[in-house]
Design a protein around this ligand. Structure first.
Ligand code: SF4
Length: 300
């Protein structure tokens, strides 16, 4: 279950190679992937979303997949803004509907490497039903869930991943619900690749995203991310730096861990690659079954 050997994504040599490869790059080697006229972005100081987006772009850059063959689909929320900043085929959907849109996109355009990039509220509250069925079908795309434990954009309300007893605007005395354990939901629904990292584990996150981009089937990567504005200021992580320190001091890497044992409702944050298996995709199974039916009915 080991993650592929490290590359140095940040060395000057690597940066210079990228600039040589694409003259549209500007001051930064990832500039060619961004709509520069949309920058500065709207994200708050200390937010982890920039880390996750740049990790995805580095993984994409290193995967060798051309941006012309890449599609990104986002839902609503702070993470949903990702689609608007990308200089490639990107789609910003209504709340919770990124996955059904991505399913249609992938089935109609099988050559497009498709990634759903959205938040915990969008993917697992409003869009939860879509998530489990896309995983069950093993539709061939990636889902990156930026988990900041709350509905950040709308003011810090509790959501499906808010830890028990956390103080939010809708749980001012602390919550009492159990949060979803997202890797367990993904693995139990049928995902072929499941990993969790935090915004602190940048190199491992990039390698994991590159693996997901190159893998066939429904791949899920959860990234725990600071949200100082919506969540952190009510729960003792008032700055992004404090959240990163917390991730550093409380995380343990355990590749191959049983996804049902990695709930965040415990003191330790277990990160790593939990599932990496092969299974026929939705498109492959559909082809095989239609062929078998035609044969049975004697249809050419
Ligand atoms: Fe980031 Fe939270 Fe601000 Fe949204 S509200 S941009 S998730 S810090």
């Amino acid at each position: 279950m080991s993650i592929r050997k490290s590359r140095n994504y940040f060395s000057p040599d690597y940066m210079n190679q990228q600039k040589e490869k694409d003259k549209s790059y500007g001051l930064h080697p990832l500039d060619g992937y961004l709509k520069k006229d949309r920058i500065p972005h709207i994200w708050c100081p200390g937010c982890g979303l920039g880390v996750v987006l740049s990790s995805f772009l580095r993984a994409l850059d290193h995967s060798g997949i051309p941006k012309e063959k890449t599609a990104v689909v986002s839902g609503i929320g702070c993470t949903g803004r990702v689609a608007g900043y990308l200089n490639m085929d990107s789609f910003h959907l209504t709340h919770g509907r990124a996955i059904p849109f991505a399913t249609g996109l992938k089935v109609g355009n099988p050559d497009m490497v498709t990634t759903v990039f959205s938040g915990d509220g969008d993917l697992f509250a409003i869009g939860g039903n879509h998530f489990i069925h896309a995983a069950r079908r093993n539709v061939d795309f990636n889902v990156i869930c930026v988990n900041n434990f709350n509905f950040g954009m709308t003011g810090g309300q509790a959501g499906p991943t808010t830890p028990t007893e956390a103080t939010t605007t809708t749980t001012p005395f602390g919550g009492f619900e159990h949060p979803f354990n997202l890797p367990a939901v993904a693995a139990g629904s049928g995902a072929v690749y499941v990993a969790r990292w935090t915004a602190y584990h940048v190199e491992a996150l990039i390698r994991s995203l590159e693996e997901a981009l190159n893998k066939k089937g429904f791949c899920f990567v959860e990234v725990l991310t600071p949200c100082p504005t919506g969540y952190g200021r009510r729960t003792g992580q008032k700055t992004g730096k404090e959240a990163m320190k917390y991730y550093k001091e409380n995380s343990r890497i355990e590749h191959g861990a049983d996804p049902t044992e990695v709930s965040l409702d415990q003191d330790e944050i277990i990160v790593g690659k939990f599932v990496d298996r092969e299974a026929p995709t939705y498109q492959e199974r559909r082809g095989e079954i239609f062929q078998a039916i035609r044969k049975k009915k004697g249809v050419e």
